[in-house]
Structures are given as structure tokens and as C-alpha cells.
Design a protein around this ligand. Sequence first.
Ligand code: GTP
Length: 557
Amino acid sequence: MALGFIKKIFSFGKDSAPAAQTPEETTPHEPVSEQQAADVDDLAPATDVTAGEARDLLLEEAEAANPDADLHRLELHSDIYPLPPLVHPLQTTEADGDETPAVEHADAPAAGEAIEVVPVAGSAAGLSPEAETTRAAELINLGMGGVEHAHEELAASEKAAGPLLEEAPGDTPAEDDGAAAAIIDAAEAASVDSPGDVVPAPTAPAKRKPAKARKEPIEPVEEARPAPVLPKGFSSTDQRPKEADAPKPEPKRSWFQRLRAGLARTSAQLTGQIASLFTKRKLDDATLQDLEDLLIQADLGVETALRITDTLASERYGKEVTGEDVARIMAGEITKVLEPVAKPLELDLSHKPHVILVVGVNGTGKTTTIGKLAAKLSGAGLKVMMAAGDTFRAAAIEQLHIWAERTGSEIVSSKLGADAAGLAYEAYEQAKAKQSDVLIIDTAGRLQNKTELMAELEKIVRVLGKLDPDAPHTVLQTLDATTGQNAMNQVEIFRNVAGVSGLIMTKLDGTARGGILVAIAAKHKLPVYFIGVGEGIDDLEPFEARDFAQAIAGVEA
Ligand SMILES: Nc1nc2c(ncn2[C@@H]2O[C@H](COP(=O)(O)OP(=O)(O)OP(=O)(O)O)[C@@H](O)[C@H]2O)c(=O)[nH]1
């Protein structure tokens, strides 16, 4: 395992199965109180379990949480962009049409009923004009572009889906029926026949048929590929020869200008107040106290505020001080705070896949950031697979599909309300079989249901850990800069729940609260890999301490 990784393997007792979720539930941001953060620490300590119990998590807990069959019958859709080929988990199993399905349920597909395969942007079945209009409206609502873009998406996805509508060899109803049973079996036999390093389950659960081993285990496709040249902001221990054509980095000046533009509000507010404080005034205790208050109000945090005032006092006490003097010292001290956390996101490409779990409160930019990351990675020649693990919001699944299409990534998704850990399991298997370099898993992030959220995240982490003891190799948390101090509490909570190993701060464009990143760096000392400065695919940049500090302090580079 490469240096810099933090191995996080979480487990939890069976009693912590999440309650059934309301699929349509969407809720606005909710501030995180100290009490909420404290509640997290009050959780019962986790207990370790066997791989057989991992199977129970995927099936029994889902069944207990929701007696309706949707969670029970893991129905997954895997779409690859561009199509064809569309790779479906069913293709990896061999169905016995005359066998009784291992798990019987009202929602299980009857003999002859085809398992639904949902291609990108939802037009597999061929949309009626009315449905197309509705679909276009949905795409517009997703914020993925205007009307024109929505109709383009539809046209492209219908064209791509064309071959799927024809019955392909091996896609007969009987095989589909058998394959549905095989999916359930695959989940039940997780520890027996998965391609990951799973400890075999000692016994099958009494109430179900014994797990049926896959007749043809997934064979990883070996590919001799040169090591990719990673984009700025990533590092790797990969020793293979590098690909010749390295992507050209953006000119430094242009990025700094964009950063300054993004942080202009933060900087203008801070420097304006400092300038008015130091108009023809000698530096004394009262001025230092005023400056300290001002810096704390700007979200920089007590520790950094004191660093700045101490340095200023040691250099200029009793002398006249200008706003420029303070800005220069401020930039220097903030740089010192940020430098230790400004690190590249290290990918261990000896893992296939390197698993990145993306967590964070809803609306902080998880899905968008996954799209931006995938664009960087696939642009560098890496094979990226996404998993639409935010199964609580239909729009999040749709949004990720569109990002997958835009970035040429593969995606594994399931239906609304499906078990996210089951999806993560299946996505890992798919990524392993197809030799994906990186698997990026989206998650739901509703803090107000924090017990369920914690149970779900812990379950995802634990299921991944059964497949690869080091997975997830990176746990990224997205933070919305506009939420100010709330972001600090969010880090506290998600660190405990999911073992966050690094941060990405989004929405630094246009906020006056960018200083919070400095306070978070000083307190949590977690690596900050990237910052988001817009909604576009290129609006994610590696975090650079000096640039950021100078932009906040309004100092020229
Ligand atoms: N201005 C700006 N907007 C951003 C940035 N990153 C994300 N957004 C926008 O923030 C909104 C929420 O982003 P999502 O990616 O859907 O957030 P999420 O965390 O996946 O949300 P849930 O799926 O509800 O958990 C979207 O409108 C994004 O376009 C950024 O860096 N700057």
C-alpha cells in the first residue's frame, strides 16, 4: 500500500441496520449542532464480522429494513459510455432456467420477465413525445445545461440505446430469469466466489437456499498499458514507464486569476476591514485585539488569527502599520498553516481499482466533484468507473450518468432506494473484472438522518473492506465553502463516520467565507486535495497553499 493512505475498515453490529428510507425524500441543508457531533461519538463501538455476515448485510438487513422486495432483489444496471458494449452484471453469471430462484419475493421477476436494463438518460424503451418532453424537463432541472442540451442528451442516448432494444444473443427471457436468481446468489455467495479477496463464508443462512457458486467467475481482463501521466493534483507510486504525451498544465497565471476572482469577495471583505482599521494608526494592544476579532469573524479561526497578530506585533509594535503590511503578514502566516495540508491525491494504481469513496452533506458538491475528478483522470488515460451510491435522490443518479457520459467513464447504478452497500459491492466487482484503474463511489449525505447515514456509510466501508482490506483507499469529503463554520462540524462528523482521509472544498467562487478552509486546515490537518471554483467540468484545481493564501489576503503573486 502506498504511503499516505489511511486504511479505514469500519464495522458495525447487526442491530444498526438502517431503517427503510423514503425514496423521494429530499431535504435542505441543516446546520450541524455541537450536540449532533457529540451524538456521533455516542454510537456503540463497532464489532467485526465475517464475510458471511457481509452477505447478511446485503440481504437480511435490507430485508428487515424494507419487507418490500426492492431492497431485497438487487437489481443493478451497468452502463458503459459510449455504448456499445453495455456491460451488465447478468453477463457474468450463467443462469439455469429450470431452477427455482434462490430467494422468492413478490417483486422478483417472474419466468419470462426481463430484468430492466436502463441505458443512459432514460430512453431505452424509446420515449413517446410526451415522455421525451418530461425527460427534457428533468434534464434541465438537473442543472446539466439548457433546453438544447437536454434534447441533445435525449437524442444521443436514444441513438446509443438502439441496439439494446433488439434482443441480443443470451438475452432471452428465460436467461434473464435465471440471471436474476444468479444476481441474488452472487450477493449471497459474496464470500465464496467473488473475484475480490473475500474470506469464504462458513455456512449459508438457514432460511435461504445454499449459495450457488458462479460457474464462470469473472476473469480480469489483462491489459498491458503504460503508466498514465497523472494530471496536476494527483500522485502515484506506479513504476511503469510513463505515457509519452503528458497533458499540458494550464498556464499558472490563468489559474491564479481564476482563483483570485473566486475568492474576491472573501478577500475584499477582509482587506477592506483591515485597511479601515489601520488608517494612520500605531500598532498597540487595542488595535491588535480589533484585528484578532476581525480575523476570527472572517472564519480564519482563533489559531491562525493569533499567529497573524503575534507576527505583526513582533515586527511592527509601536510603529505605524498599513493595510498592505497586515496583508503581507497574513498571506505568509496563512501559507504556513496551509502548506502541510496541500497534498496531491495519491493513487495506488497497483490496486485495480483504487477505490475513492466520496462523502459529505447533501448539496456540498459530491456528484459534481466526482464528474470533475473523472474528467481529469480519464483525460490522463485512466479507466474510471463510477458508482451511483446516492440511491436516495433520483436526480443524483441521473446527474452521475450524465457526468459519466461527458467524461467517458463507466457507471454502475441501481434503482432509487436500493441498498447502497450492495451497489458498492457490485461496482467493485465490475471495476475489478474490467481492470478499472479508479472506482469513484457517490454516496447520499443527509445529516438530519444521521443514524441511517452512519449505518449506510459504515456498511459501504465494511463491504468494500471485505473485497479489498485496504478499500476504500481514499475517503474524500466535499465541503461547501458557503456554509462557513458548519463545514468545520461536518468534517468532525464524517471523520468519525467514514474515516475521511482528505478534503475538497467546493463553491469557493463567489463566497465571502473562503477563510473557513484555513480554520479547517489548522484544526483537522487533513489533506486538502482540490478546490472547486465553479460548476463547470474544468472548475476543479489542485489546492496550492501559497496561491490560496495570497488570494485571500489580496496580495499580488
Ligand atoms: N458555484 C459552484 N457550484 C458548485 C460547485 N460544485 C458544485 N456546485 C453546484 O452545487 C450544487 C450541488 O452539487 P451536487 O454535486 O449535486 O451536490 P451533492 O453533494 O452531490 O448533492 P446530493 O446529491 O444532494 O447529496 C449543484 O448545482 C452544483 O452544480 C462549485 O465549485 N462552485
